[in-house]
Ligand binder design. Structure first.
Ligand code: ASP
Length: 461
């Protein structure tokens, strides 16, 4: 028995807290042989180890202190952390646009669970408004929780469900849609929605956060404000991702759903447009398009939702010395489509060729993309590329590997006829293939334009 006052603690960690009469939520200073740490003692999970006391530091991070190093604990008071945000009814203003927020989970819908010490999905519309009341200045926000998953658990079932929900909301007359989503696979979902939902008359803006809202450096609130503003007011009727632009919080960027990718595991400015420049900048005051070629908002409701998807599709990231058994296992397991992320201009080694031939004989669609992300597949440059095309491998221009993966699943969902599939794959639907990539986009137009300028100016003579 640990007792409520020492919730979750056992073993030597419980002993030391008892010795100094320091229950959970005590505001303390802990003296150790490595220095003094100030913070609040947090509860622990029943399954956590018995050797550490967990302290929430004033800067928001949690640390574990080994019980055996603790020499003394001075208690200054008690501060129970409030991690439930008060629910509030969203006010209705008939003059403001209606925006629907569909939640799927991820960090943006999460808070810290002090029972387990983990970040758990906990989406509640009222909580959301309770924590970001500024949203009411922009629109009338309605919310609906579709799923409560971290985004590695998003897949065809959730993609279909989200696409159908978008179609429904557009028919209901909303002026914009925001989709809360985990950042890890947001670019996969943005891409598949770009194919499943076409001709949207309103902006569809995906948003997430890299840091949960209980952390001081959280990007959740600002990303939400930016995305809701883009959904409510922008003229860009596309599937987009809206996240921090620069590493500072000066503005967000709107990225086209088929050209965006998560590029950093922890930076808040993790999303980057690849092979192009972003669609627009968004601040709390204004939306500034960075280009002209976007689909404009319309008054009609003529959205087309097509959620057919063949799940037996795989993506293979080529590495030197890859053996044909990797492809053989896909063929033997009944896969209908394979996207290869090849080296350089789109290469794999020669030992894979017999497996590629087998794939063609088994009527499996094989498409080539590049690991470099920027630039085009070029299979005419080396004879190896020509050999692979002979074996039925189709070059996918500058389509990003993950985009080709979801598009192939979608195309095979429409038809089993590989000639038709190829037509679908080679016809750009939502900017997934572009005629050229901007030479300056590679370095400059990646958000943080001032930062880049500052960086460059240091080296400019
Ligand atoms: N693992 C989380 C997810 O993708 C990370 C995030 O939301 O940023 O769901």
């Amino acid at each position: 028995m640990t007792g409520e006052g020492y919730k979750g603690y056992r073993g030597e960690a419980l002993d030391v807290l008892r010795r100094f009469e320091a229950p959970i939520w005590s505001d303390v200073e802990i003296t150790t042989d490595r220095g003094v740490f100030a913070g609040i003692i947090l509860p622990r999970s029943e399954t956590a180890d018995p050797h550490h006391v967990v302290l929430k530091l004033p800067i928001g991070y949690n640390i574990g202190i080994a019980a055996r190093r603790i020499q003394g604990i001075t208690i200054h008071g008690r501060r129970e952390a409030k991690y439930r945000i008060p629910e509030k009814e969203f006010p209705f203003d008939p003059k403001k646009p209606r925006v629907k927020l569909l939640g799927t989970g991820g960090t943006i819908a999460s808070r810290l669970d002090y029972r387990t010490g983990a970040v758990i999905p906990a989406f509640s519309p009222g909580e959301l408004y309770g924590s970001v009341p500024e949203l009411a200045d922009i629109c009338n926000l309605e919310t609906e929780k579709l799923y409560g998953v971290f985004s590695e658990n998003m897949g065809p079932e959730q993609w279909r469900g989200t696409a159908e929900a978008i179609g429904r909301e557009i028919q209901r007359g909303v002026q914009g849609i925001v989709i809360g989503h985990g950042t890890d696979t947001m670019h996969h979902t943005a891409a598949i929605l770009s194919f499943m939902v076409q001709n949207s008359p309103v902006p569809i803006v995906m948003v997430g956060s890299q840091r949960s809202s209980d952390r001081p450096s959280s990007d959740a609130a600002l990303n939400l404000m930016h995305s809701v503003k883009a959904a409510a007011e922008s003229d860009l009727a596309e599937i987009m991702v809206c996240m921090f632009g620069p590493t500072s919080d000066s503005y967000g960027l709107l990225h086209r759903g088929t050209r965006v990718r998560k590029m950093h595991s922890s930076y808040r400015s993790t999303f980057r447009t690849i092979g192009d420049i972003p669609l627009a900048m968004v601040s709390r005051e204004t939306i500034t398009p960075l280009r002209e070629d976007y689909k404009r908002r319309r008054a009609d409701r003529d959205v087309v939702v097509n959620t057919a998807f063949e799940e037996k599709v795989s993506i293979v990231y080529y590495y030197p010395n890859m053996r044909p058994d990797i492809l053989d296992s896909l063929i033997d397991n009944g896969y209908r489509g394979i996207v290869i992320a090849g080296t350089g201009l789109g290469h794999v080694n020669k030992p894979l060729y017999p497996a590629l031939k087998r794939a063609r004989e088994n009527n499996i669609a094989v498409y080539m993309t590049v690991q470099t992300l920027w630039g085009y597949v070029q299979m005419y440059v080396y004879d190896t590329g020509r050999d692979m095309m002979e074996l039925g491998v189709v070059p996918m221009a500058n389509m990003l590997p993950e985009v080709a993966y979801v598009k192939l699943g979608w195309a095979l969902g429409q038809t089993g006829d590989l000639v038709r599939v190829r037509e679908i794959m080679e016809t750009p639907i939502a900017g997934e293939i572009t005629e050229r990539e901007p030479s300056n986009g590679y370095l400059i137009f990646q958000g943080g334009i001032p930062e880049v300028e500052q960086f460059i100016s240091r080296y400019r003579k």
